[in-house]
Design a protein around this ligand. Structure first.
Ligand code: COA
Length: 372
């Protein structure tokens, strides 16, 4: 089938995308429209489509965000809402849209792309140059009355709590790799969108001696914990000086639910709630793509230099090719390319004395509010 692949041209085509996504995902078009219309950073050049005989038959959306990498940041293109009209599937249209988006992102100097794949779509994304890498962790959590022990008071969040909630998020960001560096606009837009899309969502805060120590955002169904993950946890963040606040918040949510038993929580690997508990790989299917190696090195080069200095690796130099980087220092030379370079940046490198110091082992995670 002859199809033209390109960004949308104007509002009418965006409306057609809302229709397509609403039909394909069964969420209703309003879910998609409120997400993009409510995002003041939205740029129409991030909505890509395949057009056949004048109709939009396939579409995918880019949700760009800044991710923390060490002391620096890397722009990541989040790819979501990948959909082809049922009548036009199996003709390579989604692949063509993904490939065109990736080429455009490379031109724009975007280093990395990330998407969350449904099981059936994994082969398609592999063909489009995405690699599946571990993403976060799942923990079986059982209540142990920590709220009472830690002396935290848990209550519903109030409008005046937002500056503290943001500060707690920002403080914790240093501890999880490739977390979303949230702008003020993101906080406002994403919270409004989440409240529209998930009206059942509850924001709680934990305080100790009158100061905010952590917050929780999730859905807490009443009664019955027989189903999977009865608490739908969107995020639970404790200030680094108040690790017990996370436990107190989930404990409180569990009590509100009025049901005993374990709950499964999706968390960043290394989250305070995961320590000392049985963990399993995260249920999300994060797939990453190396889009522009030179742009990547521009973003993370200064961090690598600082790490080399700290690790006593004098005179580190970086030479970047189209999809590889050659790292040379007084004690060694290594070249990382393609999927290996991607893996080093996203997951770190275990068991390598030189490179391990530059790329410490990590498991990235984005909270639900950040996902696409
Ligand atoms: C996934 C989807 C976008 C693929 O669109 P498409 O234009 O048919 O894709 P292409 O022709 O480029 O590639 C076909 C591949 O898509 C995948 N695919 C096919 N049907 C699928 C389905 N119902 N759901 C998910 N993936 C599917 C397969 O990997 C298929 O490869 P195969 O034919 O070798 O098995 C389309 O099937 C769709 O809209 N599905 C429903 C929404 C969805 O699942 N989106 C992805 C969310 S991660």
């Amino acid at each position: 089938m002859e199809a033209e692949v390109r960004p949308i041209r104007g509002r009418e085509e965006l409306e057609q995308c809302f229709d397509l996504w609403g039909t394909v995902f069964g969420e209703g078009r309003r879910f998609f429209q409120s997400r993009l219309d409510g995002d003041r950073a939205y740029d129409p050049s991030t909505t890509w489509v395949a057009v056949a005989a004048g109709d939009i038959v396939s579409a995918a959306q880019i949700f760009p965000f800044d991710a923390r990498w060490g002391s620096g940041t890397v722009t990541v293109a989040g790819i979501g809402s990948v959909a082809t009209r049922a009548s036009h599937r199996g003709q390579g249209l989604a692949l063509a849209v993904l490939n065109a988006q990736r080429a455009w992102l490379a031109d724009q100097g975007v280093p990395l792309a990330l998407l969350f794949a449904r099981e059936r779509a994994i082969p398609l994304y592999e063909r489009a140059g995405y690699v599946r890498l571990p993403f976060g962790t799942t923990v079986a959590w059982s209540p142990d009355g920590a709220a009472a022990r830690g002396g935290y008071r848990v209550r519903a969040a109030q409008p005046g709590d937002w500056p503290d909630i943001r500060a707690i998020y920002a403080a914790q960001l240093d501890h999880w790799p490739l977390g979303h560096v949230r702008s003020d606009a993101f906080w406002t837009d994403a919270v409004r969108w989440a409240q529209q899309a998930q009206p059942e969502g509850v924001w709680l805060v934990a305080e100790q001696a009158g100061r905010l120590a952590g917050y929780f955002f999730g859905e807490i169904p009443e009664g019955g914990s027989s189903g999977e993950a009865p608490i739908r946890l969107w995020e639970v963040v404790a200030h680094p000086e108040h690790p017990g606040a996370a436990e107190a918040l989930v404990d409180d949510a569990h009590q509100r639910m009025g049901a005993p038993g374990d709950v499964r929580l999706s968390l960043p690997a290394g989250h305070i709630l995961a320590r000392g508990r049985a963990v399993a790989p995260g249920r999300h299917r994060g797939m990453w793509s190396l889009v522009n190696a030179a742009a990547l090195m521009r973003a993370i080069g200064p961090v690598l230099m600082r790490r080399a200095e700290d690790a006593g690796m004098p005179a580190l130099t970086l030479r970047t090719g189209p999809s590889d980087v050659r790292l040379a220092w007084a004690g060694g030379v290594r070249t990382l390319q393609g999927a290996d370079l991607l893996q080093a940046v996203v997951m770190g490198i275990d068991g390598d004395q030189g490179l391990g110091a530059l790329f410490p082992a990590a498991t990235p995670f984005l909270w639900s509010l950040d996902q696409f």
